[in-house]
Write a protein that binds this ligand. Sequence first.
Ligand code: IVH
Length: 684
Amino acid sequence: MNAKSVTPEIKQSIAELREQINDHNYRYYVLDAPDIPDVEYDRLMNELKRLEAEHPALIVPDSPTQRVGAAPLSAFSTVKHEMPMLSLDNAFSDEEIADFNRRLSERLKSTEDIEFACEPKLDGIAISLLYEDGVFVRGATRGDGETGEDISQNVRTIPSVPLRLRGKGFPATLEVRGEVYMPKASFNSLNEYARKHDQKTFMNPRNAAAGSLRQLDSRITANRRLEFCAYGVGLVREGNLPDRHSEILRRLQQWGVRISDKLAVVKNLAGCLEYYKDLEQVRADLEYDIDGIVYKVNRIDLQRQLGFVSRAPRWAIARKFPAQEEMTRLINVEFQVGRTGAVTPVARLEPVFVGGVTVSNATLHNQDEINRLGVQIGDTVIVRRAGDVIPQIVSVVMSKRPAETIQIVFPSDCPVCGSPVEAMPGEAVARCTGGLVCEAQRKEAIRHFASRRAMDIDGLGDKLVEQLVDQSLVHSVADIYRLDAETLAGLERMGKKSAEKLVKAIESSKSTTLPRFLYALGIREVGETTARNLAAEFGNLDDLMKADQGRLQQVKDIGPVVAHFVEEFFQQSETREGIRSLQNAGVHWDEFTPGENTAGEGDQPLAGLTYVITGTLESMSRDDAKEKLQQLGATVAGSVSKKTHAVVAGPGAGSKLARAEQLGITILNEKDFLALLEKPESAQ
Ligand code: IVH
């Protein structure tokens, strides 16, 4: 493009656009409170890019457009840290923190309580950002603490690193120190993409962040969703900073640097211990990995007095959480068959304490994953359990491979029913082709049929289904309706009372709704929403059973894949017979009128309203709270936006609550929430 002539108006427009974009970045990354939709932000950015392309002479390194990465480097140059980047001593128990506090008092020769700043210990990569007169001039890794690498080009691509500080009053030279990390969701999608494209996956978010920062081609870094969070300052020249660590961080925040929203100041040791408990509770819900807490003496004058010992400050300590990764041995691999026949390899492990629980099983996903890991039975493996995520095997410790390992062989026949196991072309999952002939699939189908959100047969749990199928008392779901109290009472862990109760529950499940019934049938890819859409479209089962794929695709949110599964399902003679048996047994529903709720509990007073749940609730789990809201028709979202109707916040609520407050969104405590469940009509 030919450069056009630069007029004062163009200069002005460019300056205004940059300022607007920087403001939005600040609101988004630092305050966590965006006030414009993404499309509007994109529009501003595109406009700026267009003007800069027309007038390349006006491009400056700190323009918000300059985050896309630059030409690849052949190597990173080295950077000498004028002030060394130190590390921290670790503590693993309350006692060790008490010892730390005692040592401080002794050194300070004071009996007064010591005030601490508490921050999460982010599990990422330490970096240093250098600002000269407020302009970002260099980003460097920690390296060995004395010398690091110049990764400025890569750091520039991280959206939460300000390329220019906001406001005024910052020192002429200011070195900001903090952690670059990859949020868990970004890590998962990066690995998912890698798995799909047969590329190398990363072990954990920290490795992914390190790998992304180490790219010589910063355009790759620009495509990885990295974030930055500051935890301190290094070199400061010509300028003053507040006299407390927490205040320095807040000052950084005012200058546009992101700091932790979990930063807290506590009065003494007791406060530190409480902070640990609180953060441990919410650890799994955080959007990023943390491996502990850092306690820092808050007063800078006391920090100076305390000084350093070898490579670590005396005034700070890291209290580590139980590790989320551990080494253990793979003892065996078993193959489990799910409701849809998917055959999943499950690793049996030597029990190991990781992420706060003892883990003895982990998923291996599928054959591709086994190949990718190159794992064999007998290997030493690294197991990762982050929060409530299913434990995963992340890698094999090849150096510990014993002389004799056993190859993992994926079965060609179903381990339960012996039917062939097949993988559809292009699908990583292998499935047992036995359908309901397969006992494992039958058990899962029966469990699903009886589950709360399906036919809701209270008391028909996993263990019972297991016995009923094993003893050939139940072959198909219709057989459930032939069970009597006497038979049930003869089963393990069943008494006369519970048998009678179960018979009653079976009886009352006969009266259901069409969406629930469709969901209960367990058609592949038909969850509750699809079941509801199908019911709303056809109104009755007969018309649905007659529909071909073309007709099915006219239903809301149903594409060719689901249409195929639905058609195929209803064409099978076993399906038709099964449905007839159920109806003969007395299962019935009224014709469906749209707007009816799956649970059949009348209307949906919260329809159209979006809720967000954050923190911990005492009376129920978050999942249960979510389910209850959904039953009333509400949508439950993971993040707060202007569209959020209200936020349900329990203790431990963090950034979501803060964001809701900033956006002026209604906040419900647990009592309000329970009242809402009682009287949902009052919500609108
Ligand atoms: S303060 C002199 N605060 O932990 C004190 N470090 O084990 C220097 N880290 O290299 C560090 N979160 O990469 C500090 N809130 C936090 C931190 C933090 C993560 C990392 C940092 C450092 C390592 C020390």
